[in-house]
Design a protein around this ligand. Structure first.
Ligand code: NAD
Ligand code: ISE
Length: 336
């Protein structure tokens, strides 16, 4: 029997996930939708040809008897409320990043899930499902480059909307690195500093862009991440791991190499939806399969909390200019 999903929030990623769960992936169907803009939910249902009920609000959707599991894909500030409601209803929930907009909010979700006694939450950190990151991790785990010592990373978006602010470079963008790099090298962060280079003239008034985030892990690995969200030229994700005996790099997404008119060129993608299309498919198929077999896995509420603790420290570091120390408590055995 296919898993009946309800989707809360039918904006950019909500409609993309509704499409993949109803048209691309196996053993799932979308039976319910809701958006605070009802026309958006109705349009998505029509465009995708869904026989889906359009609910009055997220709580009604979660309570609906025919909804087996919930996708929370609305704006970040509403995530905590709907994830807690799904846990209270005992329904598995896939929540887009961030799990909640504060570390305390994530902590409340962790506590509610532990009290429930079984994992119900998967966070939409998709990079651990990306083929390139998985290949990079396999090389690191094989020991071929020795122990990781330094990581050099970049997260570049061509442009961002006019409401994007300096702290969103952390909560909306860097949050992916804060999750994937912990997973990649099996380490947690100890401290962080944020440095602001010369500001690009392409950024809006309220945004300091680019930024360089310098992290140190518990094992002493040094990580630099450049966040540059008005880089103009493309959507570009870089990660290089320097180990004791070698260097491993995240592969470029495969694109045709072109020799033409006396030049050698390769296209660079411009949209995160295309760059991680395979990863989004695999993460949601994993959620669907996990729910159907009674074993929700993947990035957990604890991972959402750990990323949020790091994000809070990064924002403090943006404001202070100083090195900020992180305070992540030990991981509860529930998440082992
Ligand atoms: P968006 O603005 O395009 O869509 C958000 C939608 O949520 C809007 O249609 C809005 O009307 C709706 N909404 C807001 N509050 C609601 C509520 N209380 N109940 C129901 N609907 C509500 O934004 P987006 O780009 O789709 O982002 C949505 C979430 O997904 C964000 O948390 C974002 O960080 C995350 N996201 C993740 C990735 C990724 O790579 N994993 C990419 C993009 C967005
Ligand atoms: C967006 O919300 C995402 O999650 C993308 O993956 C990220 O690259 C982008 O910077 C965010 O705005």
């Amino acid at each position: 029997m296919s898993l009946k999903l309800g989707v809360i929030g039918t904006g950019a990623i909500g409609q993309d996930h509704a499409r993949r769960c109803s048209q691309t992936l196996l053993n799932s169907q979308v039976v319910a939708l809701i958006d605070i803009n009802p026309a958006s939910a109705t349009n998505v249902a029509r465009q995708l040809g869904l026989q889906a009920e359009i609910h009055a609000d997220g709580h009604a959707l979660i309570a609906a008897a025919d909804v087996d599991a919930v996708l929370v894909t609305c704006w970040g500030p509403s995530h905590e409320e709907f994830v807690l409601a799904a846990i209270a209803a005992g329904k598995p929930v896939f929540c887009e990043k961030p799990l909640a907009v504060t570390a305390e909010g994530c902590r409340r979700i962790v506590e509610a899930e532990i009290a429930h006694g079984k994992r119900l939450v998967q966070v939409g950190f998709m990079r651990p499902y990306d083929q390139g990151y998985r290949a990079l991790k396999a090389v690191i785990d094989s020991g071929r480059i020795g122990e990781p010592l330094m990581l050099h990373c970049a997260h570049r978006n061509p442009t961002v909307g006019s409401n994007y602010s300096t702290d969103m470079a952390i909560t909306d963008t860097l949050i992916h690195e804060l999750d994937v790099l912990r997973w990649l090298i099996g380490d947690d962060y100890r401290s962080v500093q944020v440095i602001f280079p010369r500001r690009t003239s392409r950024a809006s008034e309220q945004l300091r862009d680019p930024q360089i985030v310098l992290l140190e892990t518990v094992k002493g690995v040094r990580i630099d991440v450049e966040i540059f969200v008005n880089c103009q030229y493309g959507y570009d994700i870089q990660c290089e791991v320097v180990g004791e005996t070698g260097i491993a790099r995240l592969p470029e997404p495969s694109q045709v190499q072109l020799r033409s008119q006396a030049s050698l060129s390769t296209q660079i993608l411009t949209d995160w939806k295309d760059r991680f299309i395979g990863a989004y498919d695999v993460e949601l198929q994993a959620f669907i399969d996990g729910v159907r077999t009674g074993k929700v896995g993947g990035p957990s509420a604890w991972d959402g909390y750990a990323a949020a603790v790091a994000a809070d420290a990064c924002i403090a570091a943006q404001r202070s200019g100083a090195i900020e120390v992180l305070d992540l408590p030990p991981r509860p055995a529930f998440y082992d």
